[in-house]
Design a protein around this ligand. Structure first.
Ligand SMILES: [Zn+2]
Length: 486
């Protein structure tokens, strides 16, 4: 979570609404066919510029100018051989741990630093950039925005990890939600084809496209996390492999094409893996925020996810959730009043409550009842806690009414674990980073995950990151990727 995220929706919605005025017929640059378009090229670029401001504010740009330049150079070389070389192309690595890449109209392409750990070489990176370029050249990105003006704005959700829970705001209302609309299968296949085509035309091995799709399908088999990633916005990677591979093989036949594994690995050495501590960091079931200087333990075994707006946790396979947020514009004379006002504004009724201190901090513990979309009537245990700088945090555990008695004790224990970090404790929180390791005799993915990588990633993740099968053990003397605390 980051401090006081700016509301995005108003500005972007207004911009999108303008487009509806100018419906016209235009030629699709890829197919050459005439199609109804609600957006001129100038409008596309102007939307892209505004989205870009939002992305930079909301996700942040990854702080590594050399890596940015590298990705941008590759992207520009691909864009030059694309169907729309004249667009003002921009390529940015955003500071986000998800495995994702996305495109905004007008030539704005983004990849997360999280996706970099899973690509084996430059050819795979080029494949993803080429695919996203394809969404722009074939005007899929523009069409998505056009469709979003047709009244579907409210349906856009960023992967439902927890149900939209007032008073806790919801991600769907941010402008970024527009970027996480699913493309249709035809659009995906067309972009895969364009990724193959652009990559090969610019001199890279187009088999990077099917290879990386295969990696994505392995990631999706392994994970059920509700994060918005390339898998939720780009459906069915496994079946797309079958379509992309023969196309890539045909393009690659008889040609010398680059993969540039070493050059790629030099660039990703040391890249932050997982949460960046400046936005708070998840360690097992704990969440630590060295900048805001607090820590909390969520219930044992729960999945914890950090987003700019909030930290969310849930019991796997159950309708039991926890949320942590900063209370914006706290309203009241004391913490009791602030807490009750906050909850009442969100439509929750107080059942009981008491003022207390949690690890030396002024707090109000409450029990409330109310409705949450997707869950119906819920019982909610909350702690509103004031930090010495007067920032008010709310920690809430909730479940459908019938399960409330089960969630109450674990939520209460979690709320009571909220504590301030000392300056020294905060300074000791380092990010996880990608590093390299030379395999020794007798090493297995399991032993490396536990040993050199200190349990920071699981053995299956480590194998996927290295483009290897879990049961094909790494060869002695080869250099592999690992994750270390750095
Ligand atoms: Zn796509």
């Amino acid at each position: 979570m980051s401090y006081a995220p700016r509301p995005l929706s108003t500005r972007l919605t207004a911009a999108v609404a303008l487009l509806a005025i100018a419906a016209a017929c235009a030629t699709n640059p890829v197919t050459g066919q005439r199609e109804v378009s609600l957006m001129s090229e100038a409008q596309e670029v102007s939307i892209g510029q505004q989205v870009d401001v939002d992305i930079r504010n909301e996700m942040g740009v990854y702080d590594d100018p050399e890596l940015q330049r590298y990705v941008s150079d590759l992207g520009v070389r691909l864009a030059k051989v694309s169907h729309r070389p004249q667009l003002p192309w921009h390529f940015t690595v955003v500071d986000n741990a998800a495995i994702n890449a996305f495109a905004a109209p007008g030539g704005y392409i983004y990849i997360t630093r999280g996706i970099l750990a899973y690509m084996q070489d430059e050819a795979e990176l080029v494949g993803v950039l080429g695919h996203e370029i394809g969404h722009v050249t074939a005007r899929h990105a523009a069409q998505q925005y056009t469709r979003a003006t047709g009244g579907t704005l409210g349906l856009i959700a960023l992967g439902i990890f927890v149900p939209a829970a007032r008073p806790f705001g919801d991600l769907a209302s941010t402008g970024l939600g527009l970027l996480f609309l699913k493309y249709g299968r035809d659009d995906e296949l067309q972009s895969d084809r364009l990724g193959v085509e652009y990559g090969a035309a610019a001199g890279w091995d187009p088999l990077g496209v099917p290879r990386f799709l295969r990696t994505l399908s392995r990631v999706s088999e392994m994970s059920e996390r509700g994060v918005p990633n390339w898998l939720s916005t780009h459906p069915e990677p496994a079946s797309r492999v079958e379509v992309a591979r023969p196309l890539a093989e045909a393009q690659a036949a008889g040609r010398e094409l680059a993969r540039n594994r070493e050059a790629y690995e030099r660039r990703i050495d040391g890249v932050v893996f997982g949460d960046n501590p400046k936005d708070g960091i998840v360690r097992g079931n704990a969440f630590l925020h060295p900048v805001l200087r607090f820590a909390i333990e969520f219930p044992e075994g729960w999945e914890v996810q950090n987003t700019p707006q909030q930290v969310m946790a849930r019991a796997p396979g159950q309708q039991r959730y926890m949320l942590l947020q900063i209370v914006q514009k706290p309203n009241g004379r004391d913490i009791e009043q602030i807490a009750v006002n906050h909850m009442t504004t969100g439509g929750f009724q107080r059942v009981s409550g008491e003022r207390t201190r949690i690890n030396g901090l002024d707090a109000y513990l409450g029990v409330y009842r109310g409705a949450i979309e997707g869950l119906g009537q819920v019982g909610m245990r909350t702690g509103h806690i004031v930090m010495p700088d007067r920032t008010v945090y709310v920690v809430a555990g909730f479940a459908p009414q019938a399960q409330y008695d089960a969630v109450n004790p674990v939520a209460t224990a979690s709320i009571q674990s909220f504590r301030q970090l000392t300056r020294q404790q905060a300074e000791e929180i380092r990010p996880n980073r990608l590093d390299f390791y030379t395999v020794r005799a007798g090493d297995t993915w399991q032993s490396i995950a536990q040993g050199a990588s200190r349990g920071l990633v699981t053995a299956p993740t480590l194998a996927i990151m290295n483009g290897a099968e879990l049961d094909a053990q790494p060869r002695t003397g080869t250099r592999i990727r690992i994750v270390v605390v750095g």
